[in-house]
Design a protein around this ligand. Structure first.
Ligand code: ZN
Ligand code: FE
Length: 257
């Protein structure tokens, strides 16, 4: 029986520990200190590190963790991370003995060139770094709108109940943008109330689910005619062509306040 521990770090990052009560795999340990503290507090020993992409807030803690724990570091082949000891690409599997865990690797370029996501089909878990966020998606630092849209569609194709462990608490600001893009979406209005209540209670809004994202996240809903019409009316795009709408959504989000 596996569980996932949420380890907050920096301003708004979530690091994850997948564990069986004894052994843990750390996902995107951008900072070693909170990971070491969580391992200690829960009596866990680190057995593996899993990385989604090269940004410092996802890999920065790896050297300090390796100094104390000699463990394999799984990560993308094409993202330029020198601490990775086991390179992965889409279609690969990660099979760990402790914790007993099988992960399927999905290529999700867009935020970075080589970004990967990890899907645990038996548990219904997805660790997707800075690709799919609750109510939003990652910025296009290295990829194109076409690539990011295709990456998000792969994730949207996972079972609806899949729990999505994304790497940042950006949900409320993402949902404010979503409401500007799709004001008539009743599920979105309901979600905003529910997520606001979680934040008011000091709780994370992550994990989310694939089903909830498909119902409320404009970056999975860019082919909806209502979104295209709203984007055209607001002067952000001139056609309903889905990738043009997606690109316009991402560009508007970059400057939306
Ligand atoms: Zn990033
Ligand atoms: Fe990040």
């Amino acid at each position: 029986m596996l569980n996932v521990l949420t380890v907050p770090a920096f301003q708004d990052n979530y690091l994850w520990l997948i564990h069986d009560g004894t052994h843990a795999a750390a996902v995107d340990p951008g900072d070693a200190e909170p990971i070491l503290a969580a391992l200690d507090a829960h009596g866990l020993s680190l057995a593996a590190i899993l990385l989604t992409h090269h940004h410092a807030d996802h890999v920065g803690g790896v050297p300090a963790l390796l100094a104390r724990h000699s463990v394999p570091v799984f990560g993308p082949r094409n993202d330029g991370i020198d601490v990775v000891s086991r390179t992965l690409t889409g279609g690969d599997q990660v099979v760990l003995d402790r914790p007993a865990l099988r992960l399927e690797v999905i290529d999700v370029p867009g935020h970075t060139r080589g970004h990967i996501a990890y899907h645990a089909p038996e548990q219904g878990w997805l660790f997707c770094g800075d690709t799919l966020f609750a109510g939003g998606c990652g910025r296009l630092f290295e990829g194109t709108p076409e690539q990011m849209a295709a990456s998000l569609m792969k994730l949207a194709g996972l079972p609806e109940q899949t729990q999505v462990f994304c790497a940042h608490e950006y949900t409320l600001s993402n949902l404010r943008f979503a409401a500007a893009v799709e004001p008539g979406n009743e599920a979105l209005q309901e979600r905003i109330r529910a997520e606001q209540a979680k934040r008011d209670a000091g709780q994370p809004t992550v994990p989310t689910t694939v089903g909830l994202e498909k119902a409320t996240n404009p970056f999975l809903r860019y082919a909806e005619p209502a979104i295209a019409d709203q984007m055209i009316a607001a002067g952000h795009v001139s056609s309903r062509e889905p990738i043009a709408v997606f690109a316009a959504l991402r560009a508007w989000k970059n400057v939306f306040r």
